[in-house]
Write a protein that binds this ligand. Structure first.
Ligand code: GLA
Length: 498
């Protein structure tokens, strides 16, 4: 298209030049200017400006015979040149952030990458499902946002507020669009998005790769582009895309997800794509390829501890999820995270009968520690209006969150397990060269757990910090040992002592 337009313009120019030449004797080079012939010539502009935090895009204007191959030296980090099209895109910027108040200043670096990646660290936020099930409403979503602002959790990084199933009506409208359930969302989804954006939150929404969602309301199958455009126009920032009522076949699933992935990408809006087929088709092997940024690796989580999943109608316990994730570390990382499902602490309960989580306090420490080590999404599932101090503390430990959010984005893995004693040690290497280590006691009795530096591949003097307590434990030379309560954990950060 551009090429044709260029030829037309240049031909008109050539005619004009030829006529000037005859009339006024101005001698110009043969201006049929065969743009696509001859040696390459890189033309202007040779300088370009760009705002730091907006996408960079530059086509290198080049005349000469095609095919052409472009290259560039010293491209700033994060910019990418496609050698076949001559288009430079992307951009990574490290910004120094400062916050100052009467008591002092905090300075931290923020990496802003403009390019193909979203979600450079696992998402943090809230999702309506584990507490409200089908009973979510606009009022509830806005209240949740207000609660996150008031209780300070927004300032700890919880930023996505995700509307799950049941925001839509069972049937698609006569106009071909999904219909918002106006009893629940009287002012529409855009109103909610605007409300959240004004407060710095992002909005997630839910649909399904079939005619109907898991709850039986309208899904997006066959209407991927229409729905993706609607989501983008409302200001949606994340789509959780479920797989109920869809064929079991893996290739079919990949195709269905790819359609929506492509449609979301085509909107041009940064919409995170959350794949939810419960790990049944090994999505960790293909989800990124179809545009996914996170993918569920297991069935729905329940507030249960043990490995017998069936006690709560098939809901997964913490130990189930631990086993499922053990072999998956290599698949998780920036822009593509394994998702062991939402947090199951606080008051939860899928609908009207909300109860305090059935996990004991130690089991909850284990749960959150494991999610931190796994670099898992931290999506709170509980009612924030009824959050007790214990739950608040559990979800607000800055040092525990920092392990989850570490920008190296490495999913931790199991380094040691003693199945007789029911002891496991997991570790997660961090960007600054230190490691986070979880000593898990999965047994029914208190036990001592010991971890040697050899097992962790480190040596010499190491500083040990207890992350839940936020206290240094001292400097150790060969190993660290401590009692760990039943079903509990000791969460440590270990770094070379100076
Ligand atoms: C599935 C998903 C859940 C939730 C429900 C909604 O079960 O796995 O997380 O989204 O559907 O119906």
């Amino acid at each position: 298209m551009n090429q044709t337009r260029c030829i037309v313009i240049l031909s008109i120019l050539a005619l004009f030049v030829a006529s000037v030449s005859v009339a006024g004797n101005i001698s110009l080079p043969d201006a049929s200017q065969k743009v696509f012939e001859g040696k390459p010539c890189i033309n202007s502009p040779r300088a370009i400006g760009n705002y730091p935090a907006s996408p960079f895009l530059f086509y290198i204007p080049t005349t000469g015979q095609r095919p052409m191959e472009w290259s560039a030296e010293k491209l700033p980090k994060g910019l990418k040149l496609d050698s076949k099209t001559g288009i430079i895109t992307g951009g990574e910027y490290t910004v120094t952030l400062k916050a100052k108040n009467a008591l002092g200043t905090s300075t931290e670096k923020l990496v802003i990458r403009i390019g193909d990646d979203l979600l450079l660290t696992p998402p943090m936020g809230w999702n309506s499902w584990n507490t409200f099930g089908r009973h979510l409403t606009e009022e509830l979503v806005l209240q949740t946002a207000d609660a996150l602002v008031a209780n300070g959790m927004r300032d700890l990084g919880y930023s996505y507020i995700n509307i799950d199933d049941f925001w839509q009506l069972p049937e698609r409208g006569a106009d071909g669009h999904l219909q918002i359930n106006k009893d629940k969302f009287p002012r529409g989804i855009k109103y909610v998005a605007d409300y959240l954006h004004e407060r710095g939150f992002k909005l997630g929404i839910y649909s399904d790769a079939a005619d109907k969602t898991c709850g039986g309301v309208c899904g997006s199958y066959g209407y991927e582009e229409v729905d993706a455009k609607d989501f983008a126009s409302w200001g949606v920032d994340l789509l959780k895309y479920d797989y109920c009522n869809a064929p079991v076949d893996r290739v079919e699933a990949m195709e269905r997800y790819a359609k929506m992935g492509k449609a979301l990408r085509a909107t041009g809006r940064s919409i995170v794509f959350s794949i939810c087929e419960w790990g049944q088709r090994e999505p960790w092997k293909w989800a990124k390829q179809v545009g996914g940024h996170l993918w569920r690796v297991s069935g729905d989580i329940g507030d249960v501890w043990n490995r017998e999943a069936n006690k709560l109608g098939g809901l997964r316990g913490i130990l189930n999820i631990l086993e499922i994730n053990a072999p998956l570390s290599e698949y998780g990382g920036p822009s593509g995270w394994n998702d062991p499902d939402m947090l199951i602490v606080g008051k939860v309960g899928w609908g009207k009968n909300i109860h305090s989580t059935h996990l004991s306090p130690n089991e909850q420490y284990t749960h959150i520690t494991l999610w931190s080590i796994l670099a898992a999404p931290l999506l709170i599932g509980c009612d924030l209006e009824q959050m007790d101090d214990f739950t608040m503390n559990l979800l607000s430990n800055r040092e525990v969150i920092a392990i989850n959010q570490d920008i190296a984005g490495i999913q931790g893995s199991r380094v040691y397990a003693d199945n007789n004693k029911e002891i496991e040690v997991w570790s997660k290497p961090l960007k600054d060269g230190s490691i986070a280590v979880g000593l898990f006691n999965l047994s029914d009795n208190k036990q001592g757990i010991s971890i040697s530096w050899e097992q962790l591949n480190i040596q010499g003097k190491q500083k040990v910090r207890n992350l839940w307590e936020q206290k240094d434990k001292g400097i150790y030379i060969n190993k660290y040992q401590s009692d760990v309560p039943s079903h509990g954990v000791l969460f440590l950060k270990i770094e070379p002592a100076k």
